[in-house]
Write a protein that binds this ligand. Structure first.
Ligand SMILES: *Cc1c(COP(=O)(O)O)cnc(C)c1O
Length: 401
């Protein structure tokens, strides 16, 4: 690695040269099964021909003109994305953090329009919303915030999956205007709330005229077996942030809004030089088309169930595994304690995953994997995890009844 890169990542000692589907190849030609998809980005896997074609065709025509002019592909993407999301309008930026920033700005405008000069947004513990100043202030992780104080004001923190805490805010905080939460906490360790919690949050937001703003950056684009995770329920959010899987690796983010929230921004309120440029929009349109053509939403549900069942089987009787949980292809394996060198063990066994919140192995495999690739993920993850557990503590781990 270059000493001229800012030292923002403790990188693993490996770099990939090319990919195909769920497979990545390093500079020695060794193959790795990618069960992380570039952190939930490459839902169609690597080098999907539909995305490659969309990008190469568009690159030969037009990359960028700016938002001073009409952009036909951006309009087409807004139509498609609002159609699959059931939302009314879209704003395009270039990342997840920018999508959340737009949501935060919408909530503040919403407050000011309602004569609330100090609008506050309710956010959850253990959440992750990005690394810009406003989004790290919204994030419920001190390690993300430390060293960057003073934080952006105007956030009220509550425990996740605790509806009583939200009722307390409703009683005591007249400045609250919105709730910003992930329908499943991804960086926080695949924390899946009770379905009744999200239903109750929706109701409470309506009763208090708060905007319900969902961060679906990690859960969206088919990952959980629906286009968006809230579609496991029968209601809509007012605002939703989308990014990661939207263009399979071409940077893009979108803030979607519905009803009154969709009418808040007026010319001059918000903008982006690159946001929604023809290249990124062509890629995103290809992603949406491919997800529909290949029926990947349904597939994510089927594959997720297969992997979770396979993992439960593989870890039956293995001490130190606390929980195996998932929704579609967003899967967590929680261990009793942190396992040292776990991701390196994955590399040795040719499988890529991440570890979140110290004790949760996170799997976000591509939606395009075959049944046998799903089984291979189970096999490699289980083998790597059991190996790492037994080298960390030779007495305690291993398959024992
Ligand atoms: C990744 C992520 C973000 C930040 O996205 P960036 O593209 O890294 O800015 C925000 N929220 C959630 C839930 C995420 O998973």
């Amino acid at each position: 690695m270059s000493e001229h890169l800012m030292n923002t990542y403790a990188r693993l000692p490996i770099a990939f040269e090319r990919g195909e589907g769920a497979w990545l190849y390093d500079s020695n030609g060794k193959a790795y099964l990618d069960a992380l998809s570039g952190i939930g980005v490459c839902g169609l896997g690597h080098a999907h021909p539909a995305v490659t074609k969309a990008i190469t065709d568009q690159a030969g025509k037009l990359l960028h003109t700016s938002n001073l002019y009409g952009i036909a592909l951006q309009a087409a993407l807004a139509n498609e994305l609002t159609r699959v999301a059931g939302m009314d309008r879209a704003f395009f930026g270039n990342s997840g953090a920018e999508a959340v920033e737009a949501a935060i700005k919408l909530a503040r405008l919403y407050g000011h329009r309602r004569n609330n000069p100090q609008p506050a947004i309710i956010v959850a513990e253990h959440s992750f919303h990005g690394r810009t100043l406003a989004t790290l202030s919204a994030t419920g992780n001190r390690r993300v915030q430390a060293g960057f104080e003073p934080l952006v004001q105007g956030f009220i923190r509550v425990p996740y999956n605790d509806i009583d805490a939200l009722h307390t805010v409703a009683r005591n905080s007249p400045h609250a205007v919105a709730v910003l939460i992930e329908p499943i906490q991804g960086e926080g360790g695949i924390q899946i709330p009770d379905p009744a919690y999200l239903d109750a949050v929706r109701k409470l937001c309506a009763a208090n005229e708060w905007l319900l703003m969902l961060d679906e950056i990690q859960t969206g684009m088919g990952r959980t077996g629906r286009w968006f995770a809230h579609q496991h329920h029968d209601w809509y959010p007012d605002v939703m942030a989308v990014a990661k899987g939207l263009a399979n690796g071409v940077p893009i983010g979108a803030c979607l809004a519905r009803g009154a929230a969709a009418e808040l921004f007026q010319p001059g309120n918000h903008g982006s030089t690159f946001g929604g440029n023809p290249l990124a929009c062509a890629a995103a349109l290809a992603v949406i088309r491919t997800i529909e053509q290949e029926k990947l939403i349904e597939r994510a549900g089927v594959l997720g169930a297969r992997i979770v069942a396979g993992l439960k089987n593989a870890f039956a009787g293995v001490e130190g595994i606390v929980d195996i949980r998932g929704r579609g292809l967003m899967i967590g394996i929680e261990t009793a304690k942190p396992i040292p060198a776990l991701t390196s063990a994955g590399l040795q066994h040719g499988v890529l995953f991440s570890v979140q919140a110290e004790k949760v192995v996170r799997l976000l495999p591509p939606l395009v994997i075959s049944d046998s690739e799903a089984d291979e993920i189970v096999y490699r993850v289980a083998t790597a995890l059991i190996a790492a557990m037994s080298s960390a503590e030779p007495q305690a781990a291993g398959a024992r009844r």
